[in-house]
Design a protein. Structure first.
Length: 283
């Protein structure tokens, strides 16, 4: 009986890895007018059904801002965004058997969006871990045993992130010389000061993570400027729509829909509308 169960487990794991490998090695469509790149904030984690045919690991939603933007502009889309992706994954690949996201760029590309960097410096991951720790229970206890807490800004490798973003944006421009390139910053998760029950973390931790979010936005702006890309500053445009607001564009720690500390459906819609306006004005 034990041997049979072990065989079933091994077979299931093999099938899963084979599926992930096959999905990761699919060659992207390079004929689309719009190519979306980035992490879960672009992928729309938890905002609806998975995009048909997309890699399971990416959890790419039909309601992420790239999908919404394609619907309201009528542009053909190749959505390469993937939950968990770093800036390095966008440029070089290596995320669960997948190639680089920029392999989808081609001569027909007119618009490129990029939202990346939060995973590189563990921004959202630390917010989520803090909330679980302070919630208590078994998860909180285990986190307390094995986690030393959120690192301060100075201990996060923003220089490496900046370099990867600049390299990525320059390579995008090289591969798609006729495209408008928009770097979409992460929206404001935390209020300008203090905290609220929806965050699931205390005032001290909120203050520390606010500095991380501010530095992420600043480094992203610097990289975009150096590479000649246009910034869609959702960190500023979303002020008043943080996780503590009456009309949030970002979830708190325990949302009814979507993922913790990720965009709401309204937040993804707002990003799509901001990009559409900037793209039309650029033309």
């Amino acid at each position: 009986m034990l041997n049979a169960a072990l065989i079933l487990v091994v077979t299931a794991v093999f099938i899963l890895f084979a599926l992930l490998y096959c999905q990761g090695r699919q060659r992207p469509d390079t004929s689309a007018e719009y190519v979306a790149l980035g992490s879960s904030y672009a992928a729309g984690l938890g905002l609806g059904p998975r995009v048909p045919g997309s890699p399971i690991v990416c959890q790419r939603s039909v309601n992420g801002y790239p999908q919404q933007l394609a619907r309201i502009t009528g542009l053909t889309l190749t959505d390469m965004s993937c939950s968990g992706a770093t800036a390095s994954h966008v440029l070089r690949g290596g995320q669960m058997f997948q190639g680089s996201q920029i392999d989808a760029l081609g001569p027909a590309t007119r618009l490129v969006t990029l939202t990346a960097g939060g995973n590189d410096i563990a921004y959202v991951g630390d917010l989520t871990t803090l909330a679980y720790q302070q919630r208590g229970g078994v998860a909180g206890f285990l986190i307390g045993l094995f986690w030393n807490g959120a690192r301060p800004v100075a201990e996060r490798n923003f220089e490496a992130l900046r370099a990867d973003l600049v390299s990525t944006l320059r390579e995008i421009a090289r591969r798609a010389p006729n495209a408008r390139i928009f770097v979409v910053t992460y929206p404001a998760i935390l209020p300008p000061e203090g905290a609220c029950p929806n965050l699931g973390i205390g005032v001290h931790d909120a203050a520390q993570m606010r500095k991380v979010g501010d530095q992420l936005a600043e480094v992203t702006r610097e990289a975009a400027k150096e590479a000649g890309a246009t910034v869609i500053g959702m960190d500023r445009l979303s002020v008043g729509h943080d996780a503590c607001a009456l009309e949030p564009w970002v979830n708190g720690a325990a949302p009814k829909q979507g993922a913790p500390f990720h965009p709401t459906l309204a937040g993804a819609r707002a990003a799509a509308e901001m990009i559409k306006r900037a793209f039309e004005e650029a033309d």
